[in-house]
Design a protein around this ligand. Sequence first.
Ligand SMILES: [Zn+2]
Length: 422
Amino acid sequence: MIKTLKCLQQLKETPFDISKDKPRLMGLYDAIHKIANDKNGFVRQSSGMMKALKIGKLSESEEKNWLNYAGEIYASYAAVKMYEESQQGTLRISAEELEQVLSFYLNGRCSKEVTAIGIYVCAQQMNEENPMQSYELTKKAFTVYPDLASLLGVKYRYKGKVTEEELTEVCPWCGSKGEDIVPYYCSPQVMQLDNNQSFPPAKLWMKCRHCGNYFTFNFPKSNVGIINGHYTQEGKEKKLQNKFSLDNYNSIFNQFKALTSGADYLEIGTGTGEMLAVALEFGYHVEAIEICQEDAERISSFLGVDVKWCDIAEYETDKQYDVIVMGDVLEHVIEPAKILKKVKKMLKKDGVLWISTPNYNCAYARMEKFSHCMWHALNHYTYVSFESLNEVLQSIDMEVIHYDMSARYIGSMELFIKHQDK
Ligand SMILES: [Zn+2]
């Protein structure tokens, strides 16, 4: 394949000389004829062409036209074939070959569609080794052909700047920037964007070498109220739908009871409302904050609980609580370190803060590497490990009392946190 692409590129780039190029052209046609089979009726149409070429019946410009036609067919075949193989995980291509294939699609003067698929496939091959280039090339592919996703069966049109303008170069955990921040992994998320215009086609994860945490380079930060929530649904049935079996929360609430006797409970981020309902069953006086308006309204009216529609980043109160719950929220917020400081002030002296969030050093992540779902979640902005989060907590005089693996989310940790004794 590489040889054919190279030959094709050479023929396209050099002035066409019928006597000199004819053997190369015939060889190329033979190769394309065999490989491309009858995609787009190429074999049928090219049989006559092969005959005419052999007896030298065509003019120079006719030969050149046929070359371009065959080249386009082959390039599109090669791009699609590479895409299919990369999806199946069977594509084996060396770094040198990848460079050659990429340069063909970048310079090959194919149609926009073929160029875009070719570049996109190349971008996918370097998302671990060269994540920044993978991200740039994905953008390039979508810039060349903004409807590229439709070729992959996904309703999504790339709008360039709208989704790309919010870039982060400073670690949201420790404030480091510059050389401390390195590209880590580029997640291709196009296939998740059917009828969803809120995200760019690839997500670039950055690693902060100072604190060890990860954050998203390109993230729609001003849309947090739109991209988060929507866990409750307006259905025919008049009920709130639970996502997990509610007895999953037994051990969590029994820990709360063991750690503090108070009953003032605040939940930040309500999800489906199920944990709030369990808190009511366990006898807590319940309040909540939720960033998604429809979820806040539905859960409020269903459970009869005061759920404020508000971003925790903007929420101000002097009230303090015995139990504060942040279930799978931290990975969504834009200024996590600031939020933790704020929440600490809202926790009573003997109160318990419960945090569930993905742990990038969890057992699942160690086993699954980049196949782990955490690297492909659309609306997750940042990740910590137990060790790195513990450091942040200690720096604000809080300590982890108990650690559990989440029974609900693969790769999340559940931490029970209290103020440090002084
Ligand atoms: Zn950092």
